[in-house]
Ligand binder design. Structure first.
Ligand code: ADP
Ligand code: MG
Length: 334
């Protein structure tokens, strides 16, 4: 049953979300009012998800809500910022109670986990599109930027790469996976984990950072361009989940890890003299060194024997599918 815009906002968005002392006036007026800590810089980011482009049409509304915030929190993580406030622009074709209730529950779940207040937004009708704008805090001169990478820096990533891409390939019926593996890669696609603690812990340690939304190669190249440097990657060092190892050929797994999007892991670079600080800052299994920043421009990917490998494509391009080559040998998922 359709409900009007004001009821919709009251029912699904103005209550329930975390309350913060620094929000003087939240949803309900012409603008929100917030107190800015006097010793902080504001980090501000915005990201839009369009149905059929940024998420498949069959995605559960709860996951859409979760992901809309997760991708923004990931931008805060990549800057080393602490998220505080968000606004939401919701464009949907119809006001459907069940859909809205699930969508706001997913959004709220992640907002609660990180104490982010929903302070305002806009609601319109049209093709399903969700925009979240987020504001966070970072101490002056501490933000992790793309432009600070130096020759000699180690290149690191958090977590594992390519899982979300494999999830999308499975949803698009390019590969058949056993249910537990499918559940894992689908949750990596639909409910990415923003690496906020890691990003904050890397302040003063990493020379540069970015979150991997379009694929490792594409996003690392943003660091290389912004910093005026090049890099070498060791393919046998890429952190791969058992899902990729067990169900893709090694070449296919590399292509997914290098080029598929939506992982929302962090890629960051650390100078040699900060390596022990890095070891103290992050749990040992939470990150992997995959390469080195070099003076020579361009990105060189090498296999275990030192041979150059050219990725099938740079980064995630909408509707362009990566070749899925299943692994030949039968093996069980651990
Ligand atoms: P205005 O006409 O001034 O733009 P609206 O009627 O669009 O105001 O919104 C009324 C209040 O509800 C505002 O405080 C606005 O920030 C908030 N709001 C509207 N849509 C949303 C939404 N999807 N999520 C959160 N807050 C919203
Ligand atoms: Mg409005």
């Amino acid at each position: 049953m359709p409900i009007n815009e004001f009821d919709l906002i009251t029912r699904y968005f103005s209550q329930k979300f975390p309350k913060r002392d620094d929000v003087i006036l939240g949803i309900g007026d012409d603008a929100a009012l917030c107190m800015i800590p006097s010793d902080m810089q504001l980090a501000i980011a915005i990201d839009t998800l369009v149905e059929g482009i940024h998420f498949p049409s069959m995605t559960r509304p709860k996951d859409i809500g979760y992901k809309a915030l997760a991708v923004n929190l990931s931008d805060m993580a990549a800057m080393g910022a602490v998220p505080a406030w968000m606004t939401l622009v919701l464009t949907c074709p119809e006001t459907n109670d069940a859909w809205l209730s699930q969508f706001s529950a997913g959004l709220k779940e992640l907002a609660e986990a990180h104490q982010v207040s929903l302070i305002g937004g806009d609601t319109t009708s049209g093709p399903l599109t969700i925009t979240v704008q987020i504001t966070g805090f970072v101490p002056p001169n501490c933000a992790l930027k793309r432009s600070g990478a130096q020759p000699g820096d180690g290149i690191y990533v958090t977590g594992t790469l390519g899982d979300a891409g494999l999830g999308l390939a499975a949803l698009q019926k390019q590969i058949v996976l056993p249910l537990p593996v499918l559940n894992f890669v689908e949750s990596r696609l639909n409910r990415p984990t923003p690496r906020l603690q890691e990003g904050q812990a890397l302040r003063g340690i990493a020379n540069s950072a970015i979150d991997i939304s379009d694929g490792l190669v594409a996003d690392l190249e943003h660091i290389l361009t912004a910093s005026g440097v090049g890099a070498s990657l060791a393919l046998d060092k890429l952190p791969l989940s058992n899902a990729l190892r067990d169900y893709l050929s090694s070449e296919s797994a590399w292509n997914f890890a290098l080029s598929s999007g939506d992982d929302y892991e962090l890629c960051f670079t650390v100078p040699q003299n900060q390596e022990s600080a890095l070891q103290n800052a992050l749990p040992p299994n939470s990150y992997t060194r995959i390469g080195t920043i070099e003076q020579n421009h361009g990105l060189r990917c090498r296999d275990g024997e030192g041979r150059i490998f050219i990725p099938q494509q740079k980064g995630y391009e909408h509707f362009v599918k990566l070749n899925v080559k299943p692994r030949k040998r039968r093996s069980r998922s651990r």
